[in-house]
Design a protein around this ligand. Structure first.
Ligand SMILES: NC(=O)c1ccc[n+]([C@@H]2O[C@H](COP(=O)([O-])OP(=O)(O)OC[C@H]3O[C@@H](n4cnc5c(N)ncnc54)[C@H](OP(=O)(O)O)[C@@H]3O)[C@@H](O)[C@H]2O)c1
Length: 259
């Protein structure tokens, strides 16, 4: 029997791409979302309405699944939601749990990163068979760091900070591969092909968005600034992604998607 793979956050940036990849592999998929399925969504997958914040719909979402790909995230409560998910998964028969995490979370002191680190620990100690993949930032997040400032007269960029953005569909390919394989624990990190200065990426984004703004460098203070300037968010020895930032920007433009 083809038991489904449950994708939490299956409507999000990564989750959507994971669902597409699994469906292309002819795998049975169940998407978890807080919202009902859209009437025009005719993809051949199941749908589970569930809110991880209060657990409503969670037991039904987990019924008979063989693997859970945990892509749901919400900056305010990822620790509680991940704990709730693992407890319910244990009750449901103990599926393989695959969690997506971020390169450098143990060194970069951002509150969101602290919650990812704690969520990783919960996954590791859950008693479930588990896999964790850490990646660098997706291209669209790095572009958003600039476009979110479009209403300002200048664009602030963190001085001395570099990013190594990765193409989300390549992360989804890797997640789909891991989801269909045996539990593997912490697997090697995945990063994009190029380490680039934040300034350089901001300029590329502005050009692609047709915006003209002056860049203003901002020196991030304290341990946060030091860790980022030291490259704790990078994995140059794991530059396994191939899609570049410029290719991402060009693909968006071709698809008519505004930045
Ligand atoms: N973005 C990056 O650059 C990056 C890099 C490395 C790792 N990651 C990790 O990848 C994961 C996915 O990131 P993303 O950028 O794809 O996120 P995203 O686009 O913001 O999507 C978040 C998803 O979480 C779901 N969600 C939020 N709260 C929920 C709740 N209470 N119950 C159930 N579902 C809930 C949302 O579904 P509904 O709204 O449909 O309910 C949505 O599909 C995160 O764990 C993130 O830390 C991201």
């Amino acid at each position: 029997m083809n038991r489904p793979i449950l994708v939490t956050g299956g409507t999000g940036t990564l989750g959507r791409a994971v669902v597409a990849r699994l469906l292309a592999d002819d795998v049975a998929v169940r998407v978890m979302s807080r919202r009902p399925r859209r009437a025009d969504d005719d993809r051949p997958c199941e749908w589970a309405v569930c809110d991880l914040a209060d657990g409503s719909g969670l037991d039904a979402a987990l019924t008979d699944v063989r693997t859970v790909v945990h892509c749901a995230t919400n900056a305010r409560n990822d620790v509680a939601t991940t704990r709730r998910l693992t407890e319910a998964a244990r009750r449901s028969g103990g599926p393989h749990l695959l969690y997506i995490s971020i390169v450098g979370i143990d060194e970069v002191p951002l509150p969101y990163y602290r919650s990812k680190l704690e969520a990783e620990r919960i996954v590791r100690e859950s008693g479930l068979p588990w896999t964790v993949l850490r990646t660098t930032q997706f291209h669209d997040l790095v572009a958003t760091l600039t476009t979110v400032q479009r209403r300002l007269p200048v664009v602030l960029t963190p001085s001395g900070v570099r990013f190594q953005p990765v193409e989300v569909t390549e992360v989804a390919d890797r997640m789909a591969e891991l989801a269909q394989g045996a539990p593997a624990g912490r697997v090697p990190d995945m990063a994009g092909p190029e380490v680039r200065d934040a300034r350089d990426l901001a300029n590329a984004t502005l050009r692609a968005a047709g915006l003209r703004r002056r860049l203003v460098p901002v020196r991030l203070p304290g341990r946060l600034g030091r860790s980022l300037r030291a490259g704790a968010n990078l994995a140059p020895d794991r530059a396994v992604g191939t899609g570049t930032f410029e290719e991402y920007l060009a693909a968006r433009a071709r698809a008519g998607r505004r930045l």
